[in-house]
Design a protein. Structure first.
Length: 502
């Protein structure tokens, strides 16, 4: 990931806990004496935030470090995928499904000390839906017509059309102080931690906030330490520089911990999909036959094994097994080089073609790109690999859509609905799919929603809207004396407040 210079995030209050960005803190000394509440937890990660905002291109790292830890939402998506009330004490829905009335929890304040009000909720939602917002969930709020705040604890959301996923979508909206400053470099959330020191390119620390409205964090401080190389991150755990790794990136990195009683390996449920995403608006990828040919030319089993060994799962569409509308569709675009050549000939490309593959420079994308390049060469397709940084990817691919094909990991659950948005970066435009997505969102029951999204799932597979290469495994490795961490990592969130040592 791209690295920057050092900045301290101002939160409008004096931290009562000393914040450090390295090892050997006084917290470690107190923990050694048996004081678990004074422990400092060091977390190794490959995903440094680009900034501290979830609507300004902060990336996967900002969700991992801050979601649920520094910022909270009206509703919480648990590590098991369940939706729970958080800053919302309760809510009700009108019979026509168009009005959601939310009552806020009493006694909640921001880190700056200001009480949370309905106006903060309104402005937080509007921050996500603003024209300048870069939130991937922005389009989910298109049914929202108005927000009213009849009193400080009541928020009334009125929708233009029913949205069965509305409470779920609100779980992605951080409630921030209306009066906060630049949220790319500062924070003012309601969570159990405040942001301490951020040494860009190195670490980001979170300090327990003693005025937290709920149950206090089980540790005094958490330091996310960032690595650009998976091997270096693994070595950091071996040498006790870090206590836990949020996600192991290869079976080779895992082998050094297997069978060693000093470490614990937890395999959870992943929602992260590795995609070869085509620009479906650009020739030749505007041709379904070409997309299907490319898909069938890639040996998914061999790729998965080369990256993950015995871990991970092949998927045939955007939907992981944890989504309610999952169906195994791996047979829709089978690995079959002869079929790939036949499809290319039918598309008028018997001699193949060439294209540029914009490839993020961090693992595992470079290795995946080389594999795809080798596989497609066997059917006459030439791939030019263009390495780009995470920042370049966001600007060039996501914003400007200036690409032919790209690699990217998509971490969210229930994100198949993005194929119903012709304006999303891959440009897939099937009016029937768009209609099904809309009908699913307006469904009266979860069963009706599931039925419609299964249709979407199958159609995008038949259209090879993208090539879904594999589903990442979700593997967390820690020192054996560390416990209380999440293992599933839905949507890249990583709750740290229950982690203890000793």
């Amino acid at each position: 990931m791209t690295r920057f210079h050092t900045v301290r995030a101002a939160v409008g209050l004096i931290l009562s806990v000393a914040v450090v960005a390295g090892c050997g803190s006084s917290g470690d000394d107190e923990r050694a004496a048996g004081n678990e509440e004074a422990a400092v937890i060091h977390v190794g990660s490959l995903y440094e935030p680009q900034n501290l905002s979830n609507v300004d291109g902060g990336g996967q790292g900002v969700t991992e470090a801050l979601n649920g830890n520094v910022y909270e939402s009206l509703f919480k998506l648990t590590d098991d995928g369940e939706l729970e009330n958080l800053l919302a004490e309760d809510y009700s829905v009108s019979p026509d499904g168009l009005t959601y009335t939310v009552t806020l929890r009493e006694g909640v304040a921001f880190h700056s000390g200001k009480p949370v009000t309905s106006e903060d909720v309104r402005s937080s939602v509007e921050r996500v839906t603003a024209e300048s917002s870069q939130s991937a969930r922005k389009s989910s709020f298109e049914p929202l017509a108005s927000i009213e705040t009849p009193d400080e604890r009541t928020v009334v959301f009125t929708l233009a059309t029913p949205s069965i996923s509305f409470p779920y979508n609100l779980s992605y909206v951080w409630i921030v102080n209306t009066d906060a400053g630049d949220l790319k470099t500062e924070e003012d959330g309601t969570g159990p931690y405040t942001v301490g020191d951020w040494t860009r390119g190195s670490s980001l620390s979170l300090a327990r906030w003693d005025e937290y409205w709920g149950e206090p964090a089980a540790n005094a401080e958490v330091v996310f330490q960032y690595f650009t190389d998976a091997s270096a991150m693994g070595n950091a755990l071996l040498t006790n520089e870090v206590d836990i790794l949020t996600s192991v990136q290869s079976p080779d990195a895992l082998a050094q911990f297997e069978g060693n009683p000093d470490y614990t390996i937890a395999e959870g449920t992943s929602t992260t999909k590795e995609l070869l995403a085509f620009n479906d608006q650009m020739a030749p990828f505007d041709d379904v036959q070409v997309r299907k040919a490319v898909y069938s030319a890639i040996d998914g089993e061999k790729l998965l094994s080369s990256i993950w060994g015995d871990y991970g799962t092949l998927i045939g569409s955007m939907v992981p097994p944890t989504d309610p509308w999952y169906e195994d569709l791996t047979d829709v675009n089978p690995y079959d080089p002869a079929l790939a050549e036949e499809l290319l000939a039918e598309a008028g490309l018997p001699d193949g073609f060439s294209f540029t593959l914009d490839t993020p420079t961090y693992d595992p994308h470079p290795t995946v790109a080389e594999f795809v390049q080798s596989e497609l060469a066997k059917v006459g397709v030439t791939v030019e690999i263009n390495p780009i940084s995470a920042d370049e990817w966001y600007t060039k691919v996501f914003q400007e859509r200036d690409f032919e094909a790209t690699l990217q990991e998509h971490v969210n659950d229930r994100d198949v609905v993005w194929y119903g948005d012709p304006d999303f970066y891959w440009g897939y435009d099937n009016p029937q799919v768009t209609a099904w997505v809309q009908e699913a969102e307006q469904a009266a029951t979860p069963e009706e929603q599931t039925e419609k999204l299964r249709l979407v799932n199958r159609q995008i597979a038949e259209d090879a809207a993208s090539a879904w290469l594999y589903l990442y495994p979700q593997i967390v490795v820690s020192s054996s004396d560390v416990s209380g961490y999440p293992v599933n990592g839905l949507n890249s969130q990583f709750f740290v407040y229950d982690i203890t040592k000793g």
